[in-house]
Design a protein around this ligand. Structure first.
Ligand code: F6P
Length: 750
């Protein structure tokens, strides 16, 4: 309704403007016509009386001339007439002739020279506004055998023209008024008719046409889109911003405060014995941990993970349990121990030499060994059993994380058929051709289909997964719901783009950006006017670190103004160093940095500073806050949370994010400078643009990205999955799968 009223208001204003314009055009045109008409009439009237006037053209015959003039002025529109001699003296005038139009006054307009040659005289007209109204004066020469005898002046009353104009104005206004009403009525009527026709057609289509095979995909897409939009809207309208409290409340409200158990290979807190014998707590460089740890702090529960730290055993109890975060202790970390052979086969072998390169298009060949696969199966079973030992009901909520645990959902389901298992795949999912490389692709798919909900970062990965099931398994695919029904079990496949906590708790104790900058520049012995770029990654070939350094090199080649001024600091956390490809990468990055430094060094100046070490989050945040730009150059990345962390760190709304098109984050952080990291000219241009960007533009871009992240934070990400899980449980109960549970022992415990 509001929209319709807005439309009608616009229509009326438009017609009003049109009426106003038309009135002016009509007014000036008719006026010109009337004036032409008057001039013509004056000419005719004088011509008609010409002989009568010429025969009396003598001051002695003034009375006779006045009679002729009175005859001419009989026309009601002529107020008066006067005859003027060639010397511009008055011969005669009618009684009403206005005295201000004297012969001497009009003469110079009629007579070009004091001569009486007819060619020097011409008819002249004049419009004058008198107190009684507008008048038009025509002065017509009286010519006899090539000589001008004088002229006759006629004063026309213009009031009738003004009356006519007023009438025309009125008529135009009425016509446009009628038009406005008619157009509004026709628009409303046509809109209603069209809407009715459209809804009827849609209904018909949904009833009959939709059954036709060729329409089904369209219908499915429309339904899916509507459902997703409606669910998102409901989610955002229900309870305001997503916070830890709201996530906890969602858990209580939708899932009766169920205990959450998460399974992830990487633990959020690693106890490590340092060289000096002291035990320190490390926060691993892992996107998974960055995202999941705040969720666990909000929800409580148990995190089951591989105990990989050198002091992990001694800091946990005899079951491998320890309360974390240190000092806060809001959830339990349950550590699972692996022998070096198991870790080698399961983690380094199958997960990171097989699945990791299989899922990432980064030109490293996947290696699949049967012994690694066997270890992967054993480890998945061991972790699944640990999860089952941590639950306190027969339909718990279990979050299974990432490619380390493709088989675990199925193993958990074997023990806990009623569990709600939400699996999230943190890396890309390949297309079917690529997945086909894996000799155990069917087992992987079957394992994942033990999940109730299977989440990926993007719809493309969901589609790839469903296509793979279609290709490799005997399963039914419900494309309408994007679900797979395998061995009578339904798994929903959904896109949930992951995010970070907002605001980041690391910011609480972080110094102001100017202090961070001062400290970083002092640490690195850089001059205060240094332009600082930063990169933060695990040393992984998917992150495009070599390409990043080449882009810096290209920048210095193409833009000499930055030589000696721009320094790029790469914080590179050693990762998976037991794998040869990672060792090669480590070497290649170091060699590339050294070569570029050699090429562009000047005195103390080095363009690249490579810090190959683990850095704790406060240090990482200090670099984020100190930098003029952050370059994330992933060659293929499911999401990349470094990009989001950099934005979160910049509460001063300064700094520029240069982001690879191949990182999932580029679909959300569209105000970053998006580049193809393989295209070194493009990437170096973007670096130059970032370094030259005005503070106003930086602020505008940063503000937009921060607004998005504040809303789409990790609490919303987890909340959406929990709400979907609750809906699924509701449906399952209705369809009877959990019907006995309604009166069973677990229900009575709540
Ligand atoms: O998504 C983040 C991620 O890339 C995970 O897939 C991976 O588990 C983690 O970061 C880091 O790897 P790792 O656990 O092997 O150190």
């Amino acid at each position: 309704m509001a929209r319709l009223l807005r439309f009608l208001a616009v229509l009326v204003v438009a017609l009003g403007l049109l009426a106003w314009g038309s009135f002016h055009v009509v007014n000036s045109t008719t006026q010109a016509w009337f004036e032409k008409d008057i001039a013509l009439r004056a000419q005719l009237a004088v011509n008609g009386a010409r002989w009568a006037l010429l025969s009396r053209w003598d001051p002695a015959q003034a009375d006779a001339i006045r009679d002729v003039l009175t005859e001419i002025a009989r026309d009601e529109r002529i107020m008066g007439a006067a005859a003027c001699n060639s010397d511009l003296s008055l011969l005669a005038a009618t009684t009403e002739y206005p005295s201000q139009f004297s012969c001497a006054g009009l003469g110079p307009q009629v007579r070009q020279t004091p001569d009486t040659l007819a060619k020097d005289w011409r008819t002249s007209t004049l419009d004058v506004q008198l107190p009684g109204g507008r008048v038009h004066v025509s002065a017509v020469p009286i010519v006899y055998v090539g000589k001008a005898m004088g002229f006759v002046a006629l004063v026309h009353d213009m009031a009738f023209i003004d009356r006519r104009e007023a009438k025309v104005q009125q008529l135009i206004l009425i016509a446009f008024g009628v038009l406005a009403v008619a157009a509004s009525l026709i628009t409303v009527l046509a809109g209603r008719l069209f809407w009715r026709w459209w809804t009827q057609e849609i209904r018909k289509f949904l009833k009959g046409g939709a059954q036709r095979r060729e329409f089904r995909p369209i219908l499915r897409d429309v339904r899916e889109l509507i459902e997703r939009i409606a669910a998102d809207r409901a989610l955002d309208e229900e309870g305001g911003a997503w916070t830890p409290a709201r996530l906890k409340q969602t858990l209580t409200q939708h899932l009766h405060g169920e205990k959450v158990v998460i399974l992830a290979n990487r633990e959020p807190y690693i106890h490590d014995r340092a060289a000096d014998g002291t035990v320190r707590i490390l926060h691993p460089a892992s996107g998974l941990v960055t995202a999941m740890e705040p969720v666990m702090r909000a929800c409580g529960g148990v995190w089951v993970a591989h105990g990989s730290g050198s002091a992990d055993r001694e800091t946990a109890d005899h079951d491998g349990r320890i309360r974390v975060p240190p000092g806060e202790e809001s959830y339990i970390l349950r550590r699972v121990w692996l022998s070096p052979e198991e870790e080698k086969g399961y983690y380094y072998g199958f997960a990171n030499e097989g699945l990791w390169p299989l899922c990432h298009m980064a030109h490293t060949r996947p290696v699949f060994r049967r012994e690694d696969w066997e270890h992967y199966k054993i480890a998945n079973r061991r972790f699944a059993e640990t999860v089952c030992s941590e639950v306190d009901s027969d339909d718990p909520i279990v979050f299974v994380q990432d490619y380390h645990f493709a088989l675990a959902p199925r193993f958990i389901r074997e023990h806990l058929p009623r569990a709600t298992i939400i699996s999230f795949w943190h890396i890309p999912w390949p297309n079917s051709e690529r997945l086909g490389i894996c000799p155990w692709r069917e087992e992987l798919l079957q394992g994942m289909l033990g999940s109730s909900i299977l989440g990926f970062h993007t719809q493309l990965y969901c589609n790839n997964f469903v296509d793979a099931v279609d290709r490799f398994l005997e399963a039914r695919i419900d494309r309408e719901q994007t679900a797979v029904i395998h061995q009578k079990r339904r798994t929903l496949v959904r896109a949930y783009p992951i995010s970070i906590e907002w605001p980041s708790h690391w910011l609480k104790d972080s110094p102001q950006p100017s202090d961070c900058r001062g400290r970083v520049l002092a640490e690195l012995k850089l001059s205060p006017d240094t332009l600082l770029g930063v990169g933060v990654d695990r040393l992984d070939y998917t992150k495009g670190i070599e390409e990043r350094l080449w882009a810096v090199e290209r920048l210095l080649e193409r833009y000499p103004e930055f030589r000696g001024r721009f320094t790029f600091v790469q914080l590179a956390a050693p990762s998976r160093t037991a794998i040869e490809r990672y060792r090669q990468l480590d070497e290649a990055v170091a060699t590339t940095a050294a070569r570029i430094n050699e090429r562009f060094s000047m005195g103390e100046y080095r363009p690249i500073i490579l810090l190959r070490a683990h850095h704790e989050p406060p240090t990482v945040y200090r670099y984020y806050r100190a930098a003029d730009l952050c370059y994330v150059s992933s060659l293929h990345d499911g999401m990349n949370l470094v990009a989001k962390e950099f934005v979160a760190a910049r509460d001063d709304e300064r700094g520029v994010l240069v982001l690879s098109h191949f990182a999932g984050a580029s679909k959300e952080l569209t105000e970053a400078l998006i580049v193809n990291p393989y295209d070194l000219d493009e990437a170096s241009s973007a670096l130059a643009t970032a370094l030259r960007m005005s503070p106003e533009e930086q602020q505008e871009r940063m503000h937009a990205m921060r607004t998005l992240l504040a809303e789409y934070n990790v609490y919303r990400w987890a909340g959406r999955m929990l709400i979907d899980a609750a809906r699924l449980r509701g449906k399952d109960r209705l369809t009877g799968r959990l019907s006995d549970h309604l009166t069973g022992p677990t229900e009575s415990r709540r």
